[in-house]
Ligand binder design. Sequence first.
Ligand code: NIG
Ligand code: FE
Length: 417
Amino acid sequence: MNIRQLEKIDTLFVNCHLCTMADDRLSVIPDGALAVTGQQIAWVGKEEELPEALLKNIHLKARIIDCKNRWILPGFVDCHTHLVWAGSRCREFEQRLLGVSYEEIARSGGGILSTVTATRAAGHAQLYEASANRLTALIHNGITTVEIKTGYGLDLDSELKMLEVIQQLDQSFPVHIEPTFLGAHALPPEFKDDPDAYIEQVTQVLIPRVKSQGIATAVDAFCESIAFTPKQTASVFRAAADAGFNIKLHAEQLSDSGGAALAAEFNALSCDHLEYLSGESARKMAQKKVTAVLLPGAFYYLHETKKPPVQLCRDLNISMALATDLNPGSSPVFSMTLIMNMACNLFGMTCEEALLGATINSAKALGLDSKKGSLEPEKEADLVIWDIETPSDLCYLAGLEPVKQVMIKGGFLDTKA
Ligand code: NIG
Ligand code: FE
C-alpha cells in the first residue's frame, strides 16, 4: 500500500468511479476513492478498502468531496499545440472549402507565413491576451498539461517574444506548460532563396540563444515538401541534441519524406502527424520507442483522405498519443473530447486507445509519464471529475464537454460547475 503515512490528506474524493490509465489500460475502479496530499496523489483504490491509517491521517480542514457517482480521469495532456499566435486564417478555411489545398495556400505565401506576419507585428501584451483566452478554453475542457510550440516568429526577436509569452502563461496559469522551440517550422520570407542559410541561423544562433535563456525543453521541426528536407532537419536535430534538448518532429503529414526514420535515429520523444508513415520508418520508431502523435484535427480540417497506419502502430506496439494541434491553420480545435471522437470515427481507434492517447501516451510524448497522465500514487494530482456514465462517453458525445471540476496539482480550478 502506497500511503505516505506521515503526511496528512488534504482532499479525499469518495463515491466516484475511477479510470486510472495505470498499466497502459483504462484500469477502471468502480466505487473508488482517491486521496490527495499537497500536490500529489496519495492513494487510489476501492472506497471500501480505504485504509484505516489513511482515514486517521485526514487533515482537520481536509475537503471530502462526494462525487455523486461521477467519474474521475487524469486531466488530459495536450502534447502538441501552436497556441500562441496572432491573426486569423478563417479566409483560408473558406478558400479550402472552395477546393484550394493547404499546400497551394502555403506555396502562394499564405498558410504558416501569414500567421508569421501577424505574430511578428503583434506586441507582447496582445499576443499574451489572445493566448491566455485560448489556454483558458483548453483548461475548461479538461486539459491540465499543454505543450506549446513557437514557430510563428522565425527570427530571433519574434521567436523569443513567443517564448516569453509562453513563460508568462506558465507563471499565470496553474496548468503545466512544456515550451517547444519550432524555429524550423517554415522558411521565413527573408531567406526565401537560401533555406540552408536559415537552417544555419537556427542551429548557430537561435538554438544556442534559446538554450542559454533556458526557456524551452524541446526542439521540433517540420520535415515536409513545403518546409524542410531530411538533411536540413538532421542539422537542426544535431544542434538540438548537442544542446541537450528533447526532440520532436512534424513528419509524413502530406507525403512520406523520411522524417520519422530520422526522428528515430535522433531518439525523438515523438513524431507527429504520420498519415504517410511507411512500414520501414514505423519499425524504426518502434525500435527506439518513439511515440506516434496522431492529430485528427489537422486530418479533418485539411480534408485529408490518407489515414495514419493505426493497425501498423498496434502491431509494432508503438504508443499512440492524441493532441489538439491547436493552431490557426490546420487545426483550430480547442477540445480534446472532439479530438478523441475524430480519432475513433476517422482513424478507427477504439475508445480505450483514444482515452489512453489523450492521457498517459500524451504524457509519454512529452517525457512526463512519470509525473502525469495517470491516477497513481505519487503522481501529480491533475484530474477531472466528469458527469458521464462511462469513460467511452468522452469519445461518443460530441460538443458536450461534461466537465464538473478540474484539479491541477492538488488545487481546484474555478469551473463552470
Ligand atoms: O501541425 N504542419 C505544420 N504545422 C502545423 C500547422 C501550422 C499552421 O498551419 O499554421 C500543424 O499542422
Ligand atoms: Fe503542429
